[in-house]
Design a protein around this ligand. Structure first.
Ligand code: A2P
Length: 263
């Protein structure tokens, strides 16, 4: 942005919105043109937002597109009284948003030790960083098996994840890279569906083992977790009980966590 703007806007870039899709009355996704210079690792988040007088109103958003994509994609909840999402949900193609082009985050390959199975546990919009990781060919170079789980209250909230799977199926190149390695386990907790229950319950009562062929194993499994604070705490406890150690960018480990940001 130009130097005559308020100081708080310096270092921010403007992105043009290309496409907006409303999935439910609580969630939507949108894509933006990606500046050629904007680099990120799949799974990272960036501060994005809108102008707000003298200050930019910015929040952390996981980048849902993989790092090879031409567009940047974001998946967001809509909160009627949320300072940013109450405005962001009215975005239309052609509008502009602001971004601080310094993505960071721990849900990245660099923060995990080598392993055989990558398991990504998410609830709600916590699926966003995994939408990126699951479409990154590096994921399939590093792991023999990739399992994505998403738990939502209602069936309709699972549509975004299902469309990601359909998108991979429809992309000849990506489909070949992914092969048979990727599994998507989606469950609901407050509406009847084919698969129900929290993944923490599935881990407790053997349903996770039955569905994937193996209980959490610190030797072979690497885990990424994204959801609410309570969900992170419960899943972290499951990983630690299985003998896993939390990783970071500077010290890779067996599992990593990140809050699903906007609420
Ligand atoms: P539940 O309906 O049993 O609370 P929320 O909208 O509250 O973030 O929840 C999104 C989904 O995540 C819901 O299906 C919810 O299940 C589930 N969930 C909430 N808290 C946890 C937790 N601590 N561990 C696992 N899943 C959770």
């Amino acid at each position: 942005m130009k130097d005559d703007l308020p100081k708080a806007y310096r270092g921010l870039e403007t992105l043009k919105v290309k496409h907006v899709h409303h999935w439910t009355d609580k969630t939507f996704s949108f894509t933006c043109a990606r500046p050629a210079s904007f680099r990120f690792r799949s799974g990272e988040f960036a501060m994005i937002g809108l102008p707000n007088g003298d200050k930019a109103l910015l929040r952390a958003y996981s980048i849902a597109s993989p790092n090879w994509a031409e567009e940047l994609e974001f998946y967001s909840i809509k909160v009627a009284e949320g300072p940013l999402t109450s405005r962001l949900q009215h975005l239309k193609a052609g509008d502009e948003i602001l971004i601080r082009p310094k993505p960071v985050g721990t849900l990245v390959h660099d923060a995990l030790l080598p392993g055989k199975r990558l398991i990504m546990f998410s609830t709600g919009t916590g699926i966003a960083p995994f939408a990126s990781v699951m479409r990154d060919p590096e994921t399939y170079e590093k792991f023999d098996e990739v399992i994505l789980t998403q738990t939502c209250r209602e069936v309709k909230e699972l549509d975004y994840g299902k469309s990601l799977m359909a998108g991979i199926e429809a992309d000849e190149l990506l489909k070949e890279v992914v092969g048979e390695k990727l599994r998507f386990i989606s469950t609901t907790t407050r509406e009847e569906s084919a698969q129900m229950g929290r993944m923490t319950d599935w881990l407790n009562d053997g349903r996770f083992e039955a569905a994937t062929g193996m209980a959490l194993n610190p030797e072979t499994d690497r885990v990424m977790i994204c959801g609410s604070m309570e969900m992170l705490a419960d899943h972290k406890a499951k990983c630690e009980a299985a003998g896993m150690v939390e990783g970071s960018n500077s010290e890779p480990g067996q599992f990593v966590i990140e809050k699903a940001f906007v609420d």
